[in-house]
Structures are given as structure tokens and as C-alpha cells.
Design a binder for this molecule. Structure first.
Ligand SMILES: [Zn+2]
Length: 116
């Protein structure tokens, strides 16, 4: 899948094209992480094309650290629950997990276990 298509799919699925309401009192660094996660920003190792990379929490190695962080890492277990349809790709599944999570849950995750 090409990069533009991945981004468009992510944005439409994860945000439902609705603006984000930031919970009051969040530290700026957590707000930045929350926005980054919601928009599906790639991890540094992907941007720098040094992936595969090791997860800082579970130490698994994967080509796509963002997808691993959302879909497979134990620290983000709260994001995962059964959905009514089977996503075609990890990108869709990860974006759907973000869309299904409350903003407070995402903020808590970004505070305790920042995206890699
Ligand atoms: Zn992990």
C-alpha cells in the first residue's frame, strides 16, 4: 500500500474526521503524543528507515513499530477488543483501535507508555 493511501485510510478511520477534544490539564508533552498517535504518525525508526526496531516495552522486533505498539504490545492491551468486522490490513486495524478508544484512555496510554 502506498504511503498516501495509508495516511488517508488512517485519518478517515482513526479520527472519523472529527476534531479532537483535549482533556483539560494534560501536560503539553502528553498532548503532543496524543495528537501524534491519533494521526498515526510513524515512529522515528520508520521515518529514518532504520526499522525493524525493538519495542521499548516488550522488546519485540518489528518492521512497523506503530502497528506493533497499537495491535500487539502488552502496554496497549486496553485498546484491543473485538470488532464487528475484520480489517483488511494492520493499518486499518490499528486505526480502528484508535477510533474505538476514548480520548482519556489514549491520553493515559501516552502518559504512561509513550508511542515509540
Ligand atoms: Zn511492545
Amino acid at each position: 500500500m502506498e504511503e498516501g493511501s495509508r495516511s488517508v485510510t488512517w485519518y478517515a478511520t482513526a479520527t472519523r474526521r472529527e476534531p479532537l477534544t483535549i482533556p483539560p490539564g494534560l501536560p503539553p508533552r502528553v498532548v503532543a503524543r496524543l495528537i501524534r498517535l491519533r494521526l498515526g504518525y510513524r515512529c522515528a525508526s520508520q521515518i529514518l528507515q532504520t526499522a525493524p526496531d525493538q519495542c521499548p516495552y516488550c522488546f519485540e522486533i518489528e518492521d512497523d513499530p506503530l502497528h506493533r505498539y497499537i495491535l500487539r504490545c502488552p502496554v496497549s492491551q486496553a485498546l484491543r477488543h473485538p470488532v464487528a468486522w475484520i480489517p483488511d490490513t494492520d493499518n486499518e486495524a490499528a486505526a480502528l483501535a484508535i477510533a474505538s478508544a476514548s480520548t482519556q484512555m489514549l491520553a493515559d496510554l501516552c502518559n504512561r507508555h509513550p508511542p515509540p
